[in-house]
Design a protein around this ligand. Structure first.
Ligand code: HEM
Length: 238
């Protein structure tokens, strides 16, 4: 059962990372021509071209947000692989720096974009993205601070939170995709469901992160020397 859970988790992570890669590549291909050739208004307007048009007005900011996003989704899974962490600690440290730098750029630009780029979901979406950008940045800071203090268990927990919030952007695309596909039945417009989609994705990922942390928690001792439950020791080792 435990193996099944871990396998389901890794499958989910790979799937969401792939979605993350696709959305970044697609958006990059759309905004680079704007940077090189200048802005041209779309000839046909639909719900999709309207969204593309929003980002076409902010090509540089979008690129600064999504290129580190690509680094984040590609490097993230390796940071959480026990084998790499345990056998190649130097790689884990180097990957950690990359994760931290890209994460900080993503979080800061996400906060700026929350207010600078018109949100299809209005205020509801702005509050969700601004709040979770801040929480994401705070989690990254805590993960960094805790490892500097050699508090491995706590470092691991904050890193899981940050990673889960970052990956939520892919889940949000799935949720909003379902809202789009069912809008004929529900009657909901993108303005109504976009914000809800953002909240659902971020909150779901926060719950999943807390669930996983609780299930695999390393025991923290008073002296901050990490000890392990039998289950978490096995997870840490393999
Ligand atoms: C804390 C995590 C993140 C927050 C709060 C956040 C927030 C935002 C915001 C506010 C926007 C502009 C508004 C909108 O999409 O409607 C945006 C756009 C975007 N973000 Fe993020 N972001 C985060 C992480 C990431 C990551 C890790 C990736 C990499 C996969 C990513 C990829 C994108 C892309 C591709 C866009 C352009 C819109 C699109 O093509 O769908 N973001 N993000």
């Amino acid at each position: 059962m435990k193996k099944l859970n871990t396998r389901a988790l890794y499958t989910g992570i790979v799937l969401l990372s792939l979605i993350g890669i696709v959305i970044v590549v697609r958006r990059t291909l759309l905004v680079i021509p704007v940077l090189t050739n200048g802005y041209h208004a779309p000839e046909v307007t639909s719900k999709f071209t309207q969204m593309d048009d929003i980002f076409a007005h902010h090509p540089l900011l979008t690129l600064i947000h999504i290129i580190p996003g690509l680094v984040f989704v590609i490097s993230g899974p390796f940071q959480f692989m026990q084998k790499i962490r345990f056998r190649y600690p130097k790689w884990h440290r180097a990957g950690g720096r990359l994760f931290l730098i890209s994460g900080n750029i993503i979080g800061t630009t996400a906060l700026v974009m929350s207010f600078a780029v018109p949100a299809i979901g209005g205020v509801n979406q702005v509050i969700a993205t601004a709040l979770f950008s801040l929480f994401f940045l705070y989690s990254l800071f805590k993960a960094f601070q805790q490892i500097l203090q050699h508090k491995i268990a706590s470092h691991r927990e904050w890193a899981i939170r940050a990673y889960s919030i970052g990956l939520a952007v892919a889940t949000i695309r799935i949720i909003n995709g379902i809202f789009f596909a069912t809008s004929g039945i529900t009657g909901l417009t993108p303005h109504e469901f976009f914000g809800i989609g953002f909240w659902m994705g971020f909150v779901l990922h926060l719950i999943l992160a807390e669930f996983w942390i609780n299930k695999t928690r390393l025991i923290k001792t008073k002296s901050h020397i990490t000890t392990f439950t039998k289950d978490s020791f096995i997870r840490f080792m393999y």
